[in-house]
Design a binder for this molecule. Structure first.
Ligand SMILES: [Zn+2]
Length: 88
């Protein structure tokens, strides 16, 4: 899991996501399934009690606190949905 502080943090992960083009499946708001090399990973985007945006992914990289491309792919969908909710 990592705390999302800014988009800069995701630059590499976004570049990789663009190359790999993982499939992102919507589970519910804040919860997505992203295809990876070993099947699907679950990515959970939420705000913690201190107001930090946290992103958790079930892959090995995210376990070590890295911003993985699964998270980047899920976040691009999540951010779009969050915007829609705010404007609705
Ligand atoms: Zn991941």
């Amino acid at each position: 899991m990592f705390i999302l502080k800014g988009i800069d943090q995701l630059t590499n992960a976004i570049a990789k996501a663009k190359k790999v083009r993982p499939r992102v499946e919507f589970d519910c708001f804040g919860r997505y399934r992203v295809s990876g090399s070993k099947g699907y990973y679950t990515v959970i985007c939420r705000k913690d009690e201190r107001g930090y945006k946290t992103v958790a992914c079930t892959c090995k990289g995210a376990e070590r606190g890295l911003a993985c491309y699964h998270a980047a792919a899920a976040l691009s969908l999540h951010i779009g949905l969050a915007r829609q909710q705010q404007t609705a």
